[in-house]
Design a protein around this ligand. Sequence first.
Ligand code: NIG
Length: 387
Amino acid sequence: MTSELITGIGELTTQDDDHARLTDAAVVLEAGRIAWIGPASRAPAADRRTDVAGRAVLPGWVDTHTHVVFAGDRSAEFEARMAGQRYAAGGIHATVRATRAATDAELTATASTLRREAQAQGTTFLEAKTGYGLDLETETRSARVAAEVADVVTFLGAHVVPPDADRRDYLDLVTGPMLTAVRPYVDFVDAFCERGAFDVDESREVLLAGRAAGLGLRLHGNQLGFGGAVALAVELGCASVDHCNYLTPADVEALASSSTVATLLPACDLSTREPFAPARALLDAGASIALATNCNPGTSYTTSMPFCVATAVLQMGLTVAEAVWAATRGAARAVGREHGPDAVGSLRVGGRADLQVLAAPSVAHLAYRPGVALTAAVWRQGIRVSG
Ligand code: NIG
């Protein structure tokens, strides 16, 4: 079993319980796990040695909100939006048409390319959703592709009601045969709880059916206006409620007194020109937040977690440490992977060796040098996968 010593670390962000940022640190990787962390002067011998010459090392990004299983292009819709049209979710149907027409191989190729693109920017754990099939066959194919490409899969049959379907019949399909068909491939169930998609009662029905099938719960909510999604997510104990652009003080309070993580999607906020989610208010109230890309062809066509971290710092009032936490340990919390043998988003002895080296001496450079490609190298489960 080959071990690797990573030494010469200028700044090591572990995101372990003591919030340590170590200087002159070293890390030993063995069998896909972290075998040792400590001062470089006391590092044990290893089979291989990599000197990162004073650069910053931190956990790989945990991207918990993507829709990378899709086909087609919506750049014209994006351009129209930048010319003043408001996002209203209608474009989802264009992606559904293209996705239904695509082969499994085409869907896998696109999703894998996006996964590789994300990995090259430091993402070592990726969630992917279904939701552009919206019929039994294509949702099942999407779930299978997502399970091949991603670390965790979310069933989003309740994205919107397809135009050719009766609303009640479609809900019966999603909570019945479709759920049964995707079940072998998925870990979470989700619904788009928003005007123009599903209301609170419909979303509750979908989530409860998913829970009865043994799935974890997450919810898209309060993206385009105020509404009851956050309250529903808290009521049902969802692992995460995602978007959260329009929050009342009661929503913030409810999140703060719950275990539900608010997953914020800054690239989507920019690309839809919606107000940024109130990240500062959430943190000040004591809520947990995560940051994710929401990579999808409609509202956020980026795989870049560094871009999201920089935006969260520069535009949403987070400190660098808060944003990096939200994109690693906070994100792990949002998918129930903060603790235990499969934990991600932190560097601790015995934990997964998912880490990245920045071409910079500190994580501050992620926001200090926005837009600059700073990912120098990435290890996933102890294997160097980039750089
Ligand atoms: O998370 N909000 C709903 N779903 C996606 C976007 C879907 C689309 O427009 O294709 C999102 O933003």
